[in-house]
Design a binder for this molecule. Sequence first.
Ligand SMILES: NC(=O)C1=CN([C@@H]2O[C@H](COP(=O)(O)OP(=O)(O)OC[C@H]3O[C@@H](n4cnc5c(N)ncnc54)[C@H](O)[C@@H]3O)[C@@H](O)[C@H]2O)C=CC1
Ligand SMILES: N[C@@H](CC=O)C(=O)O
Ligand code: NA
Length: 435
Amino acid sequence: MKPVKVGICGLGTVGSGTVNVFRRNAKEIIGRAGCPIEIVQVGSRRRKDNCDLTGIDFSEDIFAVAKNPEIDIIVELIGGYDIAKELVLTAIENGKHVVTANKALIAVHGNEIFEAARAKGVVVAFEASVAGGIPVVKAIREGLAGNSIKWLAGIINGTGNFILTEMRDKGRAFDDVLKEAQELGYAEADPTFDVEGIDAAHKLTILASAAFGAPLQFDRAFTEGISNISTIDVDHAQELGYIIKHLGIARIHDNGMELRVHPTLVPADKLLAKVDGVMNAVLIDGDAVGQTMYYGAGAGSEATASAVLADIVDVARIINSGEAAAVPFLGFTQESIADINVLPIEDIQSAYYLRILAEDHPGVLAKVASILSEDGINIESVMQRETEEHQGKIPMMMLTHTVVEKQINEAICKIEALDDVIGDVVKIRVELFKD
Ligand SMILES: NC(=O)C1=CN([C@@H]2O[C@H](COP(=O)(O)OP(=O)(O)OC[C@H]3O[C@@H](n4cnc5c(N)ncnc54)[C@H](O)[C@@H]3O)[C@@H](O)[C@H]2O)C=CC1
Ligand SMILES: N[C@@H](CC=O)C(=O)O
Ligand code: NA
């Protein structure tokens, strides 16, 4: 059988991992694909010492790789929006199939890229773009194809989860842990994408579209990062029986879908609360199967290479069996993809954790409680703690029952207007994983 020839663009963390794992596991990979596979060319700014390129042509010009007539599959591992888009469209224009780990590219330009690929009859595969090595795109598109998916929630940024875990367990400083995540190759080229939730929102956008059969709508996602999480809230949440995790949540309703990324209190006994370090996990609720969870390394050189190579195997099989055998890009045929309105964050329903700093006067708690009760918000539990940091003042932590976000925001405005209340009220959403 004719060998399938691969060109890799970008020899960084993931690119070098892909070459190294391919060299190590070529026999199994080829055995699974059912045809010979060869990495014939690598394009990148520079070679890497940790990667043996013997027998592979090296070029500093990634566009030369994308146009190389010998190549069947272009693997885009340069990252970013603009040049990556031009590169992928050039590859498609030249009749190449594309494998990419670039969630920014798919979340923002995916609709256009898929259209170009469909017109040219080539495949765009992107398993590595969401949750690194976890085969979660495959799980949604294929394994759960018999379900109506109701919601999904996931820890989908390895860097952010690594930072939160190290801060909580070892008391390490935010910047120090971020620096380590960068050294380990977990972080994005611009690490604000990790800590401000943009990377997680890219991934959630992709998961939601595959789960619900809608076009990609990254610009409508609600995004809040982890940079404002304080150790006070991490500690108080734990006392209340919760762990703070940075979650991406997508949920379908009759009038639209939720698409939101933010720090979230997760009950400590839930599996998601126990997902630590660079690990990712995605919990998916399907009407037939119920809840299933997918867990594994969300970032890192070889873990991500694992997903890139699985896509190469899939595409090699398609090359040999015909395009008709390919799973549609978002799991649904183009004709059945339908627009779904993304609900504004004010319309979502959630339980909330509130931290209110007040003068230590009698009756403050009663005033706060009466505002909440007048606004129809039930309190689940209250905790007061004197701290050395806040002499003469008293932080009050509250958990509310589920309400519409607009309602809690109005109550917070009234609470902040009380004379006894100091500064802004801290609000963190609580997820109970119910329907
Ligand atoms: N590092 C990780 O754990 C994961 C990364 N990803 C994604 O994989 C992609 C690659 O990430 P990394 O390997 O971490 O990045 P990286 O920064 O380590 O590697 C990118 C490589 O591409 C080269 N490059 C970039 N632009 C170029 C250009 N115009 N011409 C020639 N060479 C160019 C760079 O020199 C570098 O060697 C990104 O889209 C990232 O979001 C996805 C999952 C996990
Ligand atoms: N920067 C990302 C890499 C994988 O997608 C992360 O930390 O999760
Ligand atoms: Na994946």
